[in-house]
Design a protein around this ligand. Structure first.
Ligand SMILES: C[S@@+](CC[C@H](N)C(=O)[O-])C[C@H]1O[C@@H](n2cnc3c(N)ncnc32)[C@H](O)[C@@H]1O
Length: 217
């Protein structure tokens, strides 16, 4: 792995530890693809989290945006949260499974990450707790159903800084998600729409022309 200032060896050491942790986690189904078929810390760490290169890419995007406030829907074990938080003034992150949320809090404490507001609850139910903040980055990484993605993206519009970026995870995970992504791209609000395969990025930044691009990395 090439080293960059977005490489976080302490987070990756913790990831290795979690991949070997056979502790059982009570399963709660919050949405398509929420936990795969697993119910151990090891399974979640192996299957549910953004891989290191994608976590580094998110960290780089957070840094580029000079994030004052970021929002993550879907904390899981908190590793990607840690990457984002390291390059943002504050991260708000939400996890529906209280057992997983407690594990995430303990992981963030171990990593010495203190600028995280960790919320427990179903996304729509806790939405009001996101407050009046304007977020520079919103990362939707939970409940991979097309209708849910569209709903979260539309609700995000009022909270997203005009130059902010909405990152929609797993846009090619299913035909339902692909349809939702196409629908989002057709909305007049967005200028740049970027398909990076792993996720789709949308911004309303008026300095950018309305354009749809695909990148692979
Ligand atoms: C793919 S994982 C998140 C991975 C994490 N962002 C990372 O990269 O490390 C999705 C998480 O979102 C949670 N989740 C899914 N749908 C949810 C919902 N509707 N409300 C609250 N939590 C939800 C699941 O319990 C799961 O832990």
């Amino acid at each position: 792995m090439r080293s960059s200032r977005f490489s976080c060896s302490d987070i990756e050491n913790l990831r290795s530890e979690l991949k070997a942790d056979s502790q059982a986690v009570p399963f709660q189904d919050f949405g398509a693809g929420s936990m795969g078929n697993t119910s151990t810390v090891s399974g979640i760490a192996r299957l549910s989290l953004k891989r290191p290169k994608h976590a580094r890419a998110l960290a780089a995007l957070t840094d580029h945006l000079k994030c004052n406030a970021a929002l993550e829907l879907g904390t899981s074990l908190g590793l990607t949260s840690a990457y984002i938080a390291r390059f943002s003034k504050l991260l708000t992150t939400v996890e529906g499974n209280p057992h997983i949320q407690r594990l995430a809090q303990s992981n963030l404490t171990r990593l010495g990450v203190e600028n995280v507001r960790s919320l427990s609850g179903e996304f729509d139910t806790v939405w009001d707790a996101f407050g009046d903040s304007t977020y520079d980055l919103i990362f939707i990484d939970g409940n991979h159903r097309g209708s849910a993605l569209i709903r979260y993206a539309k609700k995000s519009l009022t909270m997203l800084h005009t130059n902010g970026v909405l990152v929609c995870d797993d846009i090619h995970w299913s035909s339902d998600m692909e349809r939702a992504w196409k629908h989002l791209c057709s909305m007049p609000e967005w200028t740049l729409q970027m398909d990076a395969f792993e996720w789709g990025l949308l911004t309303r930044n008026q300095a950018l022309k309305r354009e749809h691009m695909c990148i692979r990395f």
